[in-house]
Design a protein around this ligand. Structure first.
Ligand SMILES: Cc1cc2nc3c(=O)[nH]c(=O)nc-3n(C[C@H](O)[C@H](O)[C@H](O)COP(=O)(O)OP(=O)(O)OC[C@H]3O[C@@H](n4cnc5c(N)ncnc54)[C@H](O)[C@@H]3O)c2cc1C
Length: 412
């Protein structure tokens, strides 16, 4: 197939992911006369869309106010402010609906296709690209880019173990977190913020959570270095997961990388309870005459703490009745509940979603057009930029938005 491809194009998009497809479709729909090509190095395009959201594809998030939406981005929120006034989750919903893909909203705001299948989303993008006349070449890896003095770019591409050169007037990098592609951008003059993982779980080996895989606490506060997050927490076989942990991993992505994923984590199992009020509640439990002969380990004093976890957090009290617990033990328990100290000993994989923090420095991009401020005619969209969001559909949304904006500009 590659040999049949022409050597000159109006627009070449490197990367057949969410951002690349969205840009290609937008651009080709706006100006059908343009010759638009997507180059994808792997054997399949939209690979991440297909595996996303556990095979369901969490397309976007039901948050329709740009000011609120940008607070879900540990990196890139400010730059996305204007972009989200132009294309935001409402527009994503309408875009897919116009192409017969209806989205539904789950109770936590995540939006999925009603079919609960990521194939619906990928098929829609394939069809829209084909209808718009976008050409797609898979197994074609971009190795290098040269700027042509008179305008445009000369691309070195490898496919079928052969190297060839093709030219294009405009070039979009939608290469995700691919390091080699970032190196090419660096060679063109861009500053690259070192890519590191975001959205991961914490490996923690600790007797207090041992054997409790599956136990969830609805509202905890976590503190790791300067990062504070709040939300549900899930104990796993390897340590801790759940929204509070994923948020902590995202906001603390660079700190944790620098610390080689070994850090202290303080857990308030009671959300926002303070030490004093927790002490008071525990003291009341102790003073209550009906409790005097009851074992501390028998009932959790806080309904939000499941009994199995309570027993392990209060393990040092042993078999004692409430009446026999000392003041020091009450204080220690209150401290354990509101500021339990754990050690993060590594990172685990969150299978539903994963992104890299880092990429092209956002100062070097015009967010109205997604054009590079360093190289004329070069555009950037999606995860190749130093943008990453929390889990929940925010990462695809930034890919749709920046892809759409780039598509507008590429079509001119
Ligand atoms: C398992 C998993 C599940 C996820 N689930 C969700 C979810 O449900 N919701 C959500 O919002 N986000 C999710 N994400 C994140 C989301 O997939 C990414 O944010 C999004 O795919 C980024 O889109 P992109 O087009 O910028 O990059 P990518 O999807 O990474 O696409 C980049 C493409 O460029 C190609 N490429 C790179 N370099 C070259 C080169 N030199 N030559 C040719 N081709 C090249 C790559 O092969 C790749 O196909 C998930 C991520 C993972 C890993």
């Amino acid at each position: 197939m590659s040999n049949n491809f022409r050597a000159k194009w109006d627009v070449i998009i490197v990367g057949g992911g969410a951002a690349g497809f969205f840009a290609a479709i937008r651009c080709a729909e706006l100006t059908p006369t343009l010759r638009v090509l997507i180059l994808e190095k792997s054997s399949q395009t939209l690979g991440k869309v297909l595996i996303s959201g556990g095979g369901r594809c969490n397309v976007t998030h039901a948050c329709f106010e740009p000011e609120k939406l940008i607070t879900y981005y540990p990196r890139g929120g400010n730059e996305l402010r204007g972009a989200y006034t132009r294309f935001q989750p409402n527009d994503t919903v309408a875009w897919f609906e116009a192409r017969a893909v209806k989205l539904k909203t789950e109770s936590d705001g995540r939006m999925f296709p009603v079919t609960d299948s990521s194939e619906t989303v990928a098929d829609c993008l394939y069809k829209a690209a084909e209808d718009a006349g976008v050409r797609v070449e898979v197994g074609a890896s971009l190795l290098g880019v040269e700027k042509i003095p008179k305008g445009g770019f000369k691309l070195e591409v490898r496919s079928d173990a052969q190297i060839r050169f093709i030219e294009t007037k405009k070039l979009l990098f939608a290469t995700g977190g691919d390091r080699k592609s970032l190196n090419i951008l660096h060679s063109l003059g861009h500053t690259i913020i070192d890519p590191v993982p975001s959205l991961f779980t914490f490996n923690i080996k600790d007797g207090r959570i041992h054997g409790l895989a599956g136990v969830a606490v609805e509202d905890v506060t976590l503190k790791m270095d300067t990062v504070i997050t709040r939300g549900p927490l899930l104990i796993t076989h390897w340590g801790m997961s759940g929204p509070a942990v994923l948020r902590c991993s995202a906001w603390g992505a660079r700190i944790l990388f620098d610390k080689k994923y070994a850090s202290r984590l303080t857990v308030n199992w009671l959300g926002d309870y303070k030490l004093d009020s927790t002490l008071e509640i525990l003291q009341r439990n102790k003073d209550w005459h009906e409790n005097a002969r009851k074992k501390v380990a028998a009932h959790s004093a806080f309904s939000q703490i499941p009994i199995r976890l309570w027993k392990q957090l209060a393990h040092f009290i042993g078999d004692k009745n409430w009446a026999d617990v000392s003041k020091a033990e009450i204080r220690k328990l209150a401290e354990e509940l509101t500021a339990g100290e754990f050690k993060i000993q590594g990172k685990g994989q969150f299978k539903e979603e994963f992104v890299t923090c880092g990429g092209v420095n956002l100062k070097e991009v015009d967010f109205k057009t997604m054009q590079s401020r360093i190289v004329d005619g070069l555009y950037l969209a999606g995860e190749v930029l130093d943008i990453d969001g929390l889990t929940g559909g925010f990462n695809f949304q930034s890919a749709w938005t920046t892809g759409w904006l780039a598509g507008n500009a590429l079509s001119e």
